[in-house]
Design a protein around this ligand. Sequence first.
Ligand code: ATP
Ligand code: MG
Length: 690
Amino acid sequence: LPTSASDYLSDLNAQQREAVEYGVGTPAASPALLVIAGAGSGKTNTLAHRVAHLVLNGADPHRILLLTFSRRAAVEMERRVGRVLQKVLKLRSGVAPSLQWAGTFHGVGARLLREYAGRIGLAESFTIHDRGDSEDMIGIVRHELGFSSAQTRFPLKGTCLAIYSRVVNSQAPLSHVLQTAFPWCSAWEAQLKQLFDAYVQAKQDQHVLDYDDLLLYWAEMMTDPGLAAEVGGSFDHVLVDEYQDTNRLQAAILLAMKPTGQGLTVVGDDAQSIYSFRAATIRNILDFPGQFAEPAHVVTLERNYRSTQPILDASNAVIQQSTERYAKQLWTDRASSQRPLLVTVTDDAGQARWIADKVLENREAGVKLTSQAVLFRTSSHSAMLELELTRRNIPFVKFGGLKFLEASHIKDVLSVLRWAQNPRGRLSGFRVAQLIPGIGPVSAGRVLDAMASAPDPLAAMQAFQPGSAAQEDWRAFSQTYEMIAGAGASWPADLELAIQWYTPHLERLHEDAAVRRGDLDQLARIAATYPSREKFLTELTLDPPDATSAESGAPLQDEDYMILSTIHSAKGQEWKVVYVLNVVDGCIPSDMSTGTKEDIEEERRLLYVAMTRAKEQLQLIVPQRFYVTQQTGMGDRHIYGSRTRFIPDSLLKLFERMPKPPQPAGLAERGLTPEAAKIDIASRLRGAWK
Ligand code: ATP
Ligand code: MG
């Protein structure tokens, strides 16, 4: 190794370096590694360096599994690893190898399940349902069981799916989940059991897996000792970022992959655990060291490289009121005289105006839009701001928002592809068949039944005779279907075929067909970047592209645009300037979460995550009028907002308040002489006697 080649390690502090180099020379004698540390201490950065260091010391990049929280995080991590490798390998005049296995648990699970489908009795062509599809499917099953009548007030399909998902991910009994998280549904326990049984059966019959199944099947596969050894053995190193937000199933999968802990690295921060509504459990990270025969090696990082001291002070103060965390000391040498701002505005509109003003001011001062982000609790909270930004021509991209893929015309076209991929997929079949005029739910059901039981689904489709009004269109569709599903199909020409077939229906169904046609073109452009239909459908379902602002137009690659994101989706990221919307009680903590102490603690961590995204400037906005809608089956409720309980008066000194809190004004400022003031008071007192 040329001497300067290991310079990449000299950028790291001693603890980071320890984590990067741990066990590299002696893998067989090294228990698992846990890096537990606060926000911005370089956990992700350290993980990237560790991967690069492993590769530079001979590890095969094809046998490294890197699990991140989002696809975006995986791409970013690969970029960081690549940068280190490039720097070193340039000196050795080699080409940086790329990682083959970097992604989310769900994405990696989907890939492994296709690979091992034959071994575990799964159809290789299984369809993956996103949350919307799963809701629809559970809704259909619920209807078929007769649970959906308005009088019975049976939980809505979204609630049913949420309960199901919670049961599956927490591996807790239904009764427990109902009691603790959905008490208003407890009366329906027996029916819910029946519903879930039927839902599981429907998925099996139709070769469908939902998000939860990707983890469930993977975990189940790993309970077979032979398969576990095979899957686990195909990776020398498994590394996980944001471990605090994994659930029991994910922990079980990791343990099955690396039962001794050797080759396993996890990093995380218990103070940033914010996904318990998806059954993530903070216990995973706290219990990690003790779950192996030889306890894991623990490294803690204490220096924060991200934020200025005043931002760190305020964030630390917010999280330190919490009782249930690993005590951590964070320090930084990034001094600044600017305290975080606590801005009071009248309402939503005032909030939007304030932010738009400050964004432009910051841009004038040289802070690019891409270095500024607005964070909020719930996607819908940014609506007013989106209007304001659009009005002022400030381009933005929204993360974690309503997905492009949820639009009905996009779903229609994707359903054609999915149905062709999996002829037994009833949800997509049902949707597509009914696009044809003259085909309603009854005929659609008939053709799907025929296709489900026939040895050759395509022949069954072609033999189907709908009512005379629909026959012509049905024949045309069958031909398109055959071309897409058939052996000669090529990608992405299939998508073009589907769009061509769909276009007359689009024009018939939607007044704004031209706009929607633009979306389909966009879909085709996205599709062209995927190597195959299968990969396209899988990844699109698991990791939809971020929604963009339709009115201002999707920003071009090199255009400057700002980020709007839910706090949940902002995990792990950082910006120079961060604005947080609606820092009021009823929002953070959200009104629905005022239930248990644990829920409140999670909301506190959420605020901590939001605050610690800021590098140089942090602005928390407090609208005086904030309306919440409560949807716990009890109807809506509106409240007036007041500053979040997580910033009590005792912490105000850590913030700069805007507008300045009114000082008791002196007489001179009020334009009064002492004499006039006396008269003023006296007259008021006189009035009180009347
Ligand atoms: P989070 O908890 O929010 O996920 P993290 O602990 O993963 O944060 P990183 O995102 O890895 O932190 O790092 C935060 C910032 O600090 C990044 O900009 C990173 O480049 C920088 N950083 C990390 N380590 C060092 C270092 N040794 N020297 C200089 N900068 C560093
Ligand atoms: Mg990180």
